[in-house]
Design a protein around this ligand. Structure first.
Ligand code: FES
Length: 159
């Protein structure tokens, strides 16, 4: 569970549609949360109550799952997710300077989303492409041998 952002009105009709599909079913809490996140982009507070009611589970159970799994977001996400690798291979090749460049250009810190909801910024332990270190990912695209100088050019492609 990550993120910290300003408010954004969630589309609860999508939540209601998903919730009604699973109403009364057992053992589907994680699936419902995953589906809501995939459709809405995050898990709005209002969705949590609706999910608990429909699946007849307590709010505590829903929050338990949300806080246990890092994949769920309780705040709105940017349309583009930037993942800067902070693994050892990337770290020794200068990931810190790249992360600082992203933060400076976008005006946000790790775990935050830009106020226009264009970008969310995260760091990850390893992107599995250490031979390209230092690496960052934007959505599904990898950017290897990254330098602070390249960061601005790459980010412009998503603006
Ligand atoms: S340590 Fe960065 S990709 Fe593996």
């Amino acid at each position: 569970m990550k993120g910290r952002t300003k408010s954004q009105k969630p589309d609860l009709t999508k939540v209601d549609k998903i919730v009604s599909k699973y109403k009364g079913e057992e053992g589907v809490l994680i699936s419902v949360l995953q589906e809501v996140q995939a459709e809405v982009g995050w898990i709005p507070l209002q969705a949590i109550q609706r999910i608990a009611d429909a699946l007849e589970v307590s709010l505590g159970q829903v929050y338990g799952v949300l806080t246990f799994y890092a994949q769920f977001y309780l705040t709105p996400r940017g349309r583009n997710t930037i993942r800067v690798c902070r693994g050892t291979a990337c770290y020794v090749r200068g990931t810190k300077a790249n992360l600082r460049a992203v933060e400076r250009i976008l005006g946000i810190k790790e775990g935050e989303t830009t106020s226009d909801f264009k970008f969310s910024l995260e760091t990850v332990a390893c992107l599995g492409t250490c031979f390209l270190a230092p690496v960052m990912m934007i959505n599904r695209n990898y950017y290897g041998k990254l330098t602070p100088g390249k960061v601005g050019t790459i980010l412009k492609q998503y603006s």
